[in-house]
Structures are given as C-alpha cells and as structure tokens.
Design a protein. Structure first.
Length: 134
C-alpha cells in the first residue's frame, strides 16, 4: 500500500496551460471512473469515508480545499489549490474534505467503478478494519 502523496502533473504552456493525466504514467492505476464535486454549501465538507480497494487522485481544478487523510501511519492534512497537482490516496485511507473555498471544483480520478460495498462509512469500523489489514 502506497502512502498518500502529492503527484505533480505535467503543465504544458500553450496559450494558457494544459495538464494531462494518463493511467499508469502520471498516476499508479488504471482509470475506471472520473467525477467532480462542486457547489458545496459554505461550511460543509465532503468525504468521511474510506475504500477497501479503490485508489484515487484528487485535484482542485478550481479554488481550494483541505483533504484530511488517515492511514496506518497516522493523520495528515493536504491543502490542494493547484490544478496541476493531485493527491494520490491508496486503499484503506480515511479521507475528509474541508475548508472548501467558494467556487471550488474537486476532480476525482478513480481506479474502480462505483461500488457501495467498497465503502467504509463508519470511522470506528474503519479503525478496526485498518488494524486487521496489517
């Protein structure tokens, strides 16, 4: 299991900028799903779950937000605000998105299709499964 980390994506200048995300080149997984989160009401957060098998890359396409992650190594906060940087999150990592700026757009590139059975939505259950996953 890889630790969460910032991945710097290519930033190509061409009458503005172009950033490319290619499966198994810039990111360590095949892409099966892409979605984005936007118009989050002021003061609200997102996330509050982990995935048993899913890997993700989270990018602040517009605006900024904090991603609080927790895995076997502990808790860490990543501030995302650049569209050419993404936060890689491996399986069995709890994530919460907070301090979402007005107008922020959060792009998520995922390694698997949506599967409700892959979610761990209860923090205490996550902690137990994390210990058992050792």
């Amino acid at each position: 299991m890889c630790r969460p980390r910032i991945i710097v994506l290519p930033k190509i200048e061409s009458l503005g900028y172009l950033t490319v995300i290619e499966a198994e080149r810039q990111i360590p997984f095949k892409i099966e799903r892409i979605y984005y989160i936007y118009d989050v009401p002021k003061g609200q957060g997102r996330g509050g779950h982990a995935h048993k098998n899913l890997e993700q890359l989270i990018i602040a396409i517009n605006g900024s937000f904090d991603v609080i992650i927790e895995d076997k190594a502990g808790r860490k906060v990543f501030h995302l605000e650049k569209p050419d940087q993404g936060l890689y999150i491996s399986r069995m990592t709890w994530r919460e998105i907070e301090k979402i700026s007005p107008g922020a757009v959060c792009l998520v590139v995922a390694s698997k299709l949506y599967d409700e059975n892959d979610y761990i939505r209860d923090y205490d259950s996550f902690k137990i499964q994390l210990e058992c996953d050792s």
